[in-house]
Design a protein. Structure first.
Lengths: 159, 428
């Protein structure tokens, strides 16, 4: 580095250009390498189950029932001829809530939700999510976990 | 009186041509050569040639840092062995745990040793931090070594967390679920960080292999490097803190006095400091045998305790991971139960803000608390304010942990530990 600095520690013009180009190149190369490494770790393709699924025939669910679907971690709520679907995933830290007499309880950190999924107590920041329920052409309940709806939005079957 | 047979054999070998080629120098004949031998051997040069009597006192350091180091060695050793069987597959991982327990020779003891050494390492790193605090040993010139120590404490927790995910039992699955969701509460980067950690949106194969890579190479690699720097700094900062350190025990050479026309480059940034050896020669003894013998003895004791625990108590293994239902209550290992109690009030405050503030306070501590008095003594009167603050924080952490451990039952509700837990009546 002798030639880059003169004796009095004054940076010469050539030395300044060389140093700044060198540092810029080094910074750019490190930043690019770091960015590529982080981007490499973000998957481009996911092999995850579909957000949309068929929950079965409407008549499979008894009147005034709340049924837990294991694989999908949702509850199907039937009241008369209305159908709704509520998420069983606690909005706090992702545990599966259990059905209780007055709503839903989370076993991990004690959040309590009412029948409408609203938070009654505990650390949960939001109400449980309700998902869009439609009827497929082959007469099955079709739930889309990608589409959240209000708690009072029902699928009404007119038989 | 002639030396024992083994010693004579050793002496004979060390003085042959081959022996000299291995050890570089022959057997030391004088005190001077004994000190020189320390410097000329790779393994021994990590130790000082001479050491203060005060630093040898077990009642001062309690050997907590060394025990932590030895536990790290045990963890690396047993961990490498476990890697020969373990496969980070959600299909296979749990079965392989059972194989280790029931089929592989010594598999049970090696897995037990790994788990108990991990629990002990969390304990001893924490105790070591308390020792350094209560003796004021983080003060100048050791500020940065305290910062490295805080980093090593976090790495120890990170290694424990990524480690207990690997068996893919109930504890593992729901710990990943809860842990990555806490990461999701981090400001700005939270959701992206969660996606990156899981390698997707759901807890599954991608997440397991990510935490495996972190556990077996990334975190231990960083920890190993930081331990090396931590130990090197202990030497460079003048050994263990002592009460007789008068002012700066390191001799500072101002940067400007170094010849700047030489190509030292980055090295010029280092302080021109050396521990002042021989400041108080009467108070110093040769590292061999006084220090190294104690170190080896402590290593033996650490291995013995871990082996004892591993032979008589089995490492926990819960049921196979059930992606649908967490256990009720779902409890983290003891060292995270205080945190779990905190997040049961608020995920953002308990999981991100409070821990973040605590870590920041610990890192800044040596730069904020700049008083020079009361160093090198336990609970020095001059440090009563700092010691009280630290003790209060420690007590809060202990109380939270005790609550999380004993006073929380199903649905994280309050229970009295001396009563039969209430039956869980609800279900699906």
């Amino acid at each position: 580095m002798n030639h880059a600095t003169s004796e009095n520690n004054h940076v010469s013009r050539r030395g300044f250009v060389q140093l700044s180009l060198g540092w810029m190149a080094a910074t750019f190369a490190s930043a690019a390498a770091a960015a590529a490494a982080v981007r490499f770790l973000v998957p481009n393709v996911l092999f995850e189950p579909s957000q949309r699924f068929k929950a079965g025939k409407p008549e499979d669910f008894a009147d005034n029932s709340v049924t837990f679907l294991d694989d999908e971690r949702v509850f199907i709520v039937r009241q008369g001829n209305t159908f709704r679907c509520v998420s069983a995933i606690c909005t706090h830290l992702g545990c599966t809530v259990n059905r209780s007499n007055q709503g839903f309880n989370c076993p991990c950190h004690g959040s309590v939700f009412d029948e409408q999924g609203a938070v009654k107590s505990g650390p949960a920041p939001r109400a449980l999510s309700w998902f869009l329920v439609t009827l497929s052409k082959d007469n099955r309940l079709l739930v889309d976990k990608g589409q959240q709806v209000a708690a009072d939005k029902y699928l009404v079957l007119t038989v | 009186m002639t030396a024992p047979f083994l010693k004579r054999l050793w002496q004979a070998f060390a003085n042959t041509r081959v022996g000299r080629s291995v050890f570089r120098v022959g057997l030391p004949q004088s005190r001077l050569e004994q000190a020189q031998a320390m410097v000329s051997s790779f393994l021994l040069h990590m130790q000082p040639a001479k050491v203060s009597r005060h630093s040898l006192r077990a009642s001062y350091s309690l050997g907590l840092g060394l025990i932590s180091l030895y536990l790290f060695f045990i963890l690396v050793g047993t961990g490498i062995l476990l890697m020969f069987y373990y496969v980070p597959s959600t299909q296979k991982a749990y079965d392989l745990m059972k194989d280790l327990q029931f089929v592989v020779s010594a598999g049970l003891v090696i897995r037990n040793m790994h788990r108990w050494a991990a629990h002990l390492m969390v304990t001893f790193v924490l105790l070591h931090m308390c020792r350094v605090f209560y003796t004021g040993a983080y003060k100048r010139p050791r500020e940065f070594n305290w910062v490295l120590g805080v980093g090593l404490f976090l790495l120890t927790l990170g290694l424990s967390f990524t480690g207990y995910l690997l068996p893919w039992d109930q504890l593992a699955f729901w710990a990943i679920t809860v842990g990555t969701n806490i990461a999701g509460y981090a400001p700005v980067v939270g959701p992206k960080l969660k996606y990156l950690l899981l390698g997707g949106n759901v807890v599954g194969q991608e997440a397991l292999i990510r935490f495996y890579a972190l556990h077996v190479i990334v975190l231990p690699g960083i920890a190993g490097l930081m331990i090396a720097i931590h130990l090197w700094r202990v030497r460079k900062d003048g050994g263990l803190s002592r009460p007789d350190e008068t002012g700066d025990i390191v001799q500072e050479i101002p940067l400007g006095q170094l010849p700047t026309n030489k190509s030292y480059g980055l090295m010029e940034l280092a302080r021109g400091t050396t521990p002042q050896v021989g400041l108080n020669p009467d108070d110093e003894v040769l590292a061999w045998p006084h220090l190294i013998f104690r170190e080896l003895l402590l290593f033996l004791a650490t291995v013995a305790v871990v082996l004892f625990l591993a032979v008589f108590w089995n490492a926990p293994l819960e049921e196979l991971a059930n992606a649908i239902h967490p256990p009720n209550p779902a409890k983290a290992p003891w060292y995270f139960l205080g945190l779990q109690e905190l997040v049961s009030y608020s995920a953002l405050w308990g999981g991100v803000v409070v821990p973040g503030a605590l870590v920041t306070a610990l890192v800044l501590l040596p730069y904020l608390d700049r008083g020079r008095r009361g160093v090198g003594r336990w609970f020095a009167r001059e440090r009563v304010v700092a010691n009280t603050l630290f003790t209060v924080c420690l007590l809060v952490a202990i109380v939270l942990t005790v609550i999380g451990t004993f006073f929380r039952g199903p649905n994280w509700g309050w229970v009295a530990p001396w009563k039969q837990p209430p039956a869980i009546t609800e279900g699906h």
